[in-house]
Each structure stands twice: as C-alpha cells, then as structure tokens.
Design a protein around this ligand. Structure first.
Ligand SMILES: NC(=O)c1ccc[n+]([C@@H]2O[C@H](COP(=O)([O-])OP(=O)(O)OC[C@H]3O[C@@H](n4cnc5c(N)ncnc54)[C@H](OP(=O)(O)O)[C@@H]3O)[C@@H](O)[C@H]2O)c1
Length: 272
C-alpha cells in the first residue's frame, strides 16, 4: 500500500515535471471545481512560494506560475503531496505565453489572481550617476507591464469566479507622498508607484464587472530581494509565511466597499 502510494507520488511528480517542460501541456484535470482557485506569479521562492504554501494548506486549487519549473524544487515537492497544485511555466515578460496560459485555462474561473513576480533591478545600474536605460526597461517590464498584461489576459477568468479579485503586490517604496531616499533604488520605487497607477487604470477598465482590483504591500520580508536591496533590514523582517498570512487575510476581507487604495499586509491603508 505504502509502496504504491509512493509510486503514485513519484508518477505525479514526473507528470508535473513533464507538464512544465512541455509548454501548453497542463494537468488541468487535477483542478477541483468545488474549490476556489488562485493564480500566483513568481511562485517558486520568497513571498510567491509562501502564497503557494498558504493556499494549498487552505485547500485551494493553486496555479503556480514560475519562470523555470525545473528549478522550482520546493514547489515540485509540494505538488507531490498536494494534488490541486499545478505548476505552469511563465516568464511574465513573455506576452505570448501569458496569452497561451489564458487560453489553456479559458474555462477555469480564477477567484484570485496575485501579481507577485517582481524584480528590484541591479542596484549599481539604478544609482544616481549611472542610470541605465536597459535596466529601467527590465524593471518596468516585470513590475508594471506584466501585472497589466496578466490582468488583461485573465480578466474574464476572474470575472467568471465567485471571489473576483486581482491583487498586485506593491511596496511602501512606491509612495509618492513619502520623501525620496538617496541611493534608494530609483527604478524600483518608480516601478511600484507606476504599478499603483496601473492598477487604478485596470480598476477603471473593469468597472461594472464586479472585479476587485487591489494593491497590497507585504511589509519588510526576509527574501532574496530584501537581502540584496536592504541587507541590514533582513534580521528584523517578517518571514514570507508571516507576511502572506496577513496578506491572505486582507484579500479575504476585500469586498465591494474597497476603494482601491494600497493596503499593508496588516490591513492598514498606505498613502499613495
Ligand atoms: N521582500 C520584501 O521586503 C518586499 C517588500 C515590498 C514588496 N515586495 C514585493 O513582493 C514581491 C515578491 O518579492 P520577493 O521579496 O518574494 O522577491 P524574490 O525572493 O526576489 O522573488 C521574486 C520572484 O519573482 C520572480 N520573477 C522575477 N522576474 C520574473 C519574470 N520575468 N517572470 C516570472 N517570474 C519572475 C522570481 O522568479 P525567479 O526565481 O525565476 O527569478 C521569484 O519567484 C515583488 O513584487 C516585490 O517587489 C517585497
């Protein structure tokens, strides 16, 4: 009995790997229509992985989109024990792949789309005196354009669901109302302020479809990004699991009274 379960687990893992290596091949059969569904980008590490862990533990269908599935070892391990987790290959800057995924899941209502994937960008190349155009474009492509394209491509899936929520992970660093900080990652801060405006626009585009378009900041979280961007802050940062527990509660609390303003992981309002 135990051996056959182990064999089944390995077979599922093999299928997951094959599915992720072959674009367009998915394991949609393992979605359970009676469960809510979340789609998370950048789900292989950091806050995105914590989202996948949180929602699997809550019994959701989890569509975990990752740039390199073959390197997503923790997710692959999670998929071995949880059958309603599907790993999909997605570089969020690849619009054709976004559209292909949207097509592959055209009959799947998505309750919550979480635009989590993000980059800080090379610190030296966004330092005053050496601002680099290609780095700026890369940061904007991942942090701003990709969430817009994901919202555009998956709007129908979200509108067809019960919960109807599009959540983009922003940052207090994008607050226009706070003073600038010398050496503070100019491209990153600009990208998060832009993301906030982009989601206001998405909200306007989706008006009348009962879709909630939300901006939520995770606070300081001990991830690879923080370790590179602000290493001295890592020791006092939340773990990804702590931050995601807060964000998930905020997501759950969102209803038609929500006004679109950015929220922190503890639910407090972040000034624009
Ligand atoms: N950590 C913090 O303190 C903090 C604070 C405020 C906001 N945030 C935001 O929280 C989100 C998650 O950040 P994190 O701290 O978890 O960072 P992280 O540990 O660096 O993880 C970033 C994730 O984004 C993915 N990603 C990057 N570029 C991608 C692309 N082109 N296509 C698909 N996936 C891509 C990465 O995938 P690969 O492994 O393939 O690179 C990785 O899964 C980001 O939007 C970030 O701006 C974080």
């Amino acid at each position: 009995m135990w051996r056959s379960q182990r064999f089944l687990g390995r077979a599922v893992l093999l299928m997951m790997v094959l599915a992720t290596l072959l674009p367009g091949v998915t394991l949609a059969a393992s979605l359970d229509a009676s469960r809510p569904t979340v789609l998370v980008t950048g789900a292989n590490r950091g806050i995105g992985l914590a989202f996948a862990q949180h929602y699997t533990s809550e019994g959701w269908n989890v569509l975990a989109a990752v740039r390199a599935p073959e390197r997503a070892t923790e997710l692959l391990g999670l998929a071995e024990t949880y059958e309603h987790l599907i790993i999909e290959q997605l570089d969020v800057t690849d619009n054709e792949r976004i559209l292909a995924l949207a097509e592959a899941y055209s009959n799947t209502p998505i309750d919550v789309l979480i635009n989590n994937a993000g980059v800080y960008g090379d610190i030296e190349k966004q330092a005053w005196g050496s601002l680099d155009a290609a780095t700026f474009q890369q940061v904007l492509a991942v942090n701003v354009l990709a969430p817009m394209k994901m919202a555009e491509a998956f709007a129908n899936h979200v509108a067809a669901s019960d919960q109807k929520k599009i959540v983009s992970i922003t940052s207090g660093a994008g607050m226009i109302s706070r003073d600038g900080r010398p050496g503070g990652g100019m491209f990153y801060t600009v990208s998060k302020a832009s993301l906030n405006m982009a989601m206001r626009q998405v909200r306007a585009e989706l008006e009348g479809r009962d879709v909630i378009v939300a901006l939520i900041a995770p606070g300081l979280v001990a991830t690879d990004m923080l370790a590179v961007a602000r290493p001295t802050l890592v020791a006092n940062a939340n773990t990804p699991a702590q931050s995601v527990a807060g964000i998930a509660a905020v997501i759950e609390s969102l209803d038609e009274s929500y006004d679109g303003t950015p929220r922190n992981h503890d639910g407090s309002v972040i000034p624009w």
